[in-house]
Design a protein around this ligand. Structure first.
Ligand code: F6P
Length: 548
């Protein structure tokens, strides 16, 4: 069944939100806190090991109610049921969207084309488990009889970012296998990685849903050629495995059928780390941790499916994006984890969020007359405080920011953790409260500065505050809690797409550049001279060709 396709701006709730916005837009968060002493509790959701405080957002409980009214008017509940049931909600590609089925328990049932997909998912998981155990225990040896020491994941986009982010984020839980990621078609990328590797003890995992991606196939071919410089052809089967939906092309590449970990076309690349695409995660962390990651995601799925919208973390979080994007006209969102482990988290979410919701045609095929996808960026705190926080505090742009923090550090260094977390708490307070002129002037008291000098300097030291933040406080970074966190953002993406009336699960926007690059490559290789380019591109190509 198709998703409903209503322009959100034509709903009654949207009109009410517009009127409500006029009453909220000039209000300072400090005033909102003063006028409602229950606000901090009322606008916080406590769920499992998550404490999510939405109260430092420029909203009231009425805003949340109106946003929920909007979600109801747009049939979000029905859309969620279609999403989990396997309806063809990726209509432009004619596919279901079932990354949630990948983390569903064995006794679940999810039908695609009349067939329950859960048994096959668990068969592939068993294959991942057996292979992981064999490699980690040293039972699966390289061709010359040595144990595997290094894993190289060769993939790009969703076949790289998810596994790379999870392995980096959960490095505390890692086993002895060193894990590397090759993604860029820039030949220097793979060269830098293989230069320190021993082909006799390295396992290469080629990950490509389509097995047609230029970057991945070029890297896989070059790496295999390097491997064969020192190893016999028979060694390939011990050192190369692949993850793909395109079994025939993988076999044509020379990989044995038993070394293929299949995936289904109803798993979108940017949501695929839960599938066999997560093989490198399983190898790096051990299967048990991979399983915990999936269990965490499943718990978030259940929360998302069953919690009232007013208490539903992904739903509120998505509706707030709509509130800021479409009413406050803010353009970007920052995601700031207060743990160095989540260093790659914002980069990972950039694909998830921007490839999904960077769309300008609605589900009726019409150009939208409102803003959609937000720009996503971020870096861990405290480093980011010393980099771009100036702009969030005193710049002209409104940047709603998610602060992700953990109650416990992994190595238990309390002194450092308290310092880290004091910054986490301080920043959201500072962003909310700002610093008034009065407070600035009070700081000058007792200083030997003229009145004129003080009043000349004071404006630069004022912080207007009223900068919205959401604080996510989680007990501890574990495979399970990371699974919950990733799934939370996945569902947030889904809800945004439903509200904005766009298709979140295709990515035609990445095709045009790919096509042009292919024909320009033919010109660079002198196999085609037909290129018709604008003058600028022509000059750039000439400069490149004359100087390389
Ligand atoms: O860049 C577009 C894209 O199709 C992504 O959506 C995908 O994650 C990536 O390319 C890699 O695709 P594949 O896994 O088929 O190699």
């Amino acid at each position: 069944m198709a998703l409903k396709a209503t322009n959100p701006t034509t709903t009654n709730a949207w009109k009410k939100l517009q009127a409500h916005f006029e009453t909220i837009k000039a209000q300072h968060l400090k005033t909102l806190f003063k006028s409602d002493t229950e606000r901090a509790n009322d606008l916080t959701v406590k769920w499992d090991d998550f404490y999510v405080d939405f109260s430092k957002n420029r909203i009231t409980t009425e805003t949340v109610n109106l946003l929920v009214e909007l979600a109801n008017e747009l049939d979000l509940k029905d859309a969620i049921s279609k999403y989990f049931k396997g309806d063809i909600i990726n209509a432009t590609e004619g596919r279901a969207v079932l990354h949630t089925a990948l983390r569903a328990p064995k006794d679940a049932t999810v039908y695609v084309d009349g067939e329950n997909v859960i048994p096959e998912i668990h068969e592939v998981k068993k294959k991942i488990e057996n292979f992981t155990n064999a490699v980690v225990n040293g039972d699966h040896k390289g061709f010359s009889g040595k144990a595997i020491t290094d894993i190289v994941n060769i993939g790009i986009g969703g076949s790289d970012l998810g596994p790379a982010m999870v392995v980096d984020s959960l490095q505390y839980y890692k086993n002895q296998l060193a894990t590397h990621f090759v993604s860029n078609v820039d030949g220097d990328h793979y060269q830098e990685i293989i230069k320190n590797l021993n082909p006799e003890t390295t396992l290469f995992v080629i990950v490509s849903k389509t097995f047609t991606t230029q970057e991945t196939l070029s890297n896989a071919n070059s790496i295999r050629a390097w491997f064969l410089e020192s190893q016999p052809t028979e060694a390939v089967s011990k050192h190369f495995v692949a993850v793909s939906t395109n079994i025939e092309s993988v076999k044509a590449f020379g990989i044995d059928e038993e070394n293929i970990f299949p995936m289904k076309d109803w798993v979108g690349g940017r949501f695929s780390l839960w599938s066999a695409v997560g093989l490198s995660i399983s190898l790096a962390l051990g299967y048990k941790h991979f399983e915990s990651l999936l269990e965490g995601a499943h718990k978030m799925d259940e929360h998302f499916k069953t919690a009232d919208f007013n208490e539903n973390i992904p739903v509120i979080s998505a509706l707030l994006t709509v509130w800021y994007n479409n009413f406050f006209e803010s353009e970007s969102e920052a995601i700031i984890p207060y743990t160095q482990y989540l260093n790659q988290f914002a980069t990972y979410l950039q694909q998830g969020i921007m490839e999904s919701n960077g769309k300008s045609v609605d589900r009726n095929g019409n150009k939208v007359n409102y803003q959609t996808g937000t720009l996503i960026w971020g870096e861990p705190g405290t480093n980011s405080q010393h980099a771009f926080f100036q702009l969030i505090h005193q710049g002209t742009k409104l940047i709603p920011t998610d602060f992700i923090g953990y109650v416990n550090s992994l190595y238990g260094n309390k002194d450092h953790h308290d310092k880290l977390m004091s910054n986490y708490f301080a920043q959201t307070e500072a962003l909310m409260n700002g610093k008034t002129e009065e407070e600035v002037l009070a700081e000058f008291e007792g200083k030997t500065m003229s009145k004129e000098a003080i009043s000349a300097l004071a404006p630069f030291k004022i912080f207007e505050g009223n900068k919205p933040t959401t604080s996510l406080l989680i007990t501890k970074l574990t495979p399970e809690s990371l699974g919950k966190l990733i799934a939370m953002y996945e569902h947030k993406i889904f809800v945004q797409g439903i509200i904005w009336n766009i298709y979140s699960y295709d990515q035609f926007g990445v095709e045009l550049g790919k096509q042009l690059a292919k024909s320009i490559l033919d010109e660079l290789n002198n196999t085609s001279k037909d290129g018709k380019h604008d003058a600028s591109t022509q000059n750039l190509l000439a400069f490149y060709m004359n100087n390389c």
